[in-house]
Design a protein around this ligand. Structure first.
Ligand code: SF4
Length: 409
């Protein structure tokens, strides 16, 4: 099979893996080609607003496992292909030189064994780094059950690594992917996390020591293939962020690709649920919300009608209104319609001027949302929000009205 046909098969097979958007690596270009500095990778937005791209491909889609939810599973009769390490390296460098991509996301099904597959992937990355002097971003998938020594080597060559959990509990993993083991996945995460911590300490003493996975690790969870609630999923994410210091948890709405009685018969992927989970995840990582503030055991699913921040605000009328002229950064972040950038801008601008509706809009505040929750120097900004803004001080009975109003936006 020629390389282009392989590329067609293996890039299409990689589309179900979403755990590749990333940023934060600082591999600078000392020689050769490529540079991740201030860039990051994948079809995502960098800090400076640029969209960046990567070659996202599987090394092989031959798999010895038979996970129920996976298109590439052993029992599916689909076109199969495998690259050689040299082919992966040549493709990456050729695409890079044509300016199609800025890096590589290399994942794989499991061919022969976990160690064999990871060794093949490592060889491809070795060629890129050492033969082609490629300094661009590389994200490598860790193959579950691979030897720690191989994972260690991968971490020295890749910018980011990910070990996909796929399903949020041991029971679901056993039911839908019986060859995989929850504990093994967590052991890999623990190993990578420990190596990152050790490497950071070593580099404080000896600057020239190679970086180990400088952009950290991530994982992916499939949403909707198993019965776990949003509460279960967010509690797991919390654990992953706190215990293993993951950079990102990716949520992937379950797509029905296999007819299997163990899987739910969803007519379409639960994209809105995925979206709400991303919003909740964002609140935990950047807005200072604890997972327990966003969701609780008695109401274990996120409200699909409202974004989790608005939902929280409507349940906590005692917190509002917030005075934008005086409130601290952390308090501003809790106001619906005020984001990370607009909160920073508010703090900067209010030092020398009094804020009003116009200036808030200029600073990037989504006023139609924020107006219900804010005051300025004790006064409500009611010029174009009418009486509804007063209702936030009357908890409970008015919440539904406000919620309906907000849902309209
Ligand atoms: S191991 Fe990966 S590629 Fe193989 S069947 Fe399971 S999810 Fe699919």
């Amino acid at each position: 099979m020629d390389v282009l046909s392989k590329l067609n098969i293996l890039s299409a097979a990689a589309k179900y893996d979403v755990s590749c958007a990333s940023s934060g690596s600082v591999r600078t270009n000392t020689k050769g080609v490529g540079n991740t500095y201030k860039a990051g990778i994948c079809h995502t937005w960098t800090d400076d607003g640029r969209c960046i791209s990567l070659l996202k491909v599987l090394f092989t889609n031959y798999c010895i496992y038979d996970c129920a939810y996976c298109y590439n599973r052993r029992s599916n009769d689909i076109p199969r292909a495998s690259f050689t390490p040299q082919e992966i390296a040549d493709l990456t460098i050729a695409f890079y030189r044509r300016n199609y991509i800025e890096g590589l996301f290399l994942s794989s099904a499991i061919m022969k064994s976990a160690d064999f597959t990871l060794e093949m992937m490592l060889e491809a990355v070795r060629i890129l780094r050492f033969r082609y002097d490629f300094n661009g971003y590389i994200h490598m998938k860790v193959i579950p059950k691979a030897d720690d020594r191989l994972i260690h080597l991968a971490g020295l060559l890749a910018d980011r690594m990910s070990v996909n959990i796929e399903l949020p509990t041991q029971q679901s993993l056993k039911r839908l992917a019986c060859e995989k083991d929850f504990d093994v996945i967590f052991n890999h995460m623990g190993f990578i996390d420990n190596r990152i911590i050790e490497n950071t300490e070593e580099r404080k003493k000896h600057k020239k020591i190679e970086r180990f996975t400088p952009a950290g690790q991530s994982t992916q969870l499939i949403i909707g293939a198993s019965p776990e609630t949003d509460y279960d999923i967010l509690m797991l994410s919390k654990r992953l962020y706190n215990q293993y210091h993951l950079k990102r948890v990716y949520y992937s709405a379950y797509c029905h690709v296999n007819d299997d009685s163990r899987l739910p018969a969803l007519s379409k992927p639960p994209l809105l649920r995925e979206h709400r989970l991303y919003q909740a995840d964002w609140l935990m990582r950047f807005y200072g919300f604890a997972a327990e503030e966003i969701i609780d055991k008695d109401e274990p699913h996120l409200n699909e009608q409202l974004d989790p921040k608005v939902n929280w605000a409507l349940k906590h009328p005692e917190f509002f209104p917030v005075d934008v002229q005086k409130a601290c950064y952390e308090t501003l972040l809790r106001v619906p319609g005020i984001g990370l950038k607009s909160a920073k801008r508010i703090i900067a601008v209010r030092r020398y001027s009094t804020l009003d509706t116009k200036s808030l809009i200029k600073l990037g505040v989504v006023f139609k949302r924020a107006k219900y929750f804010i005051t300025c120097n004790g006064k409500r900004l009611i010029d174009d929000c009418g009486d509804i803004s007063k209702k936030i001080v009357t908890p409970d009975k008015e919440i539904k009205t406000i919620s309906n109003q907000i849902a309209l936006f």
